[in-house]
Design a protein around this ligand. Structure first.
Ligand SMILES: [Fe+2]
Length: 79
């Protein structure tokens, strides 16, 4: 799920980048709006990438018994 979300973010990044290239210097106001949205999408992608790296690290620590879904369902620990 996280991997698919990251792919979607990267598609959005490419789409906004293409719009920015299309606008060029012809519409600076629209271009600025698109650049702001692009920056947010890049931040989302970076957060998802970081989350995937954290999950991968946790998976290695636990011997591969955790999955992406575990980030929403923390492992219960004996008290
Ligand atoms: Fe996003």
């Amino acid at each position: 799920m996280i991997r698919e979300d990251l792919v979607a973010e990267r598609i959005a990044i490419e789409s906004y980048s293409e719009i920015i290239r299309y606008l060029g210097d012809n519409d600076p106001t629209s271009r600025r709006v698109m650049e702001e949205i692009l920056a947010k999408e890049e931040q989302h992608a970076e957060e998802l990438k970081s989350l995937m790296e954290t999950l991968s690290h946790l998976e290695k620590q636990s011997g591969g018994n955790r999955s992406e879904n575990d980030i929403q369902r923390p492992v219960k620990r004996a008290s």
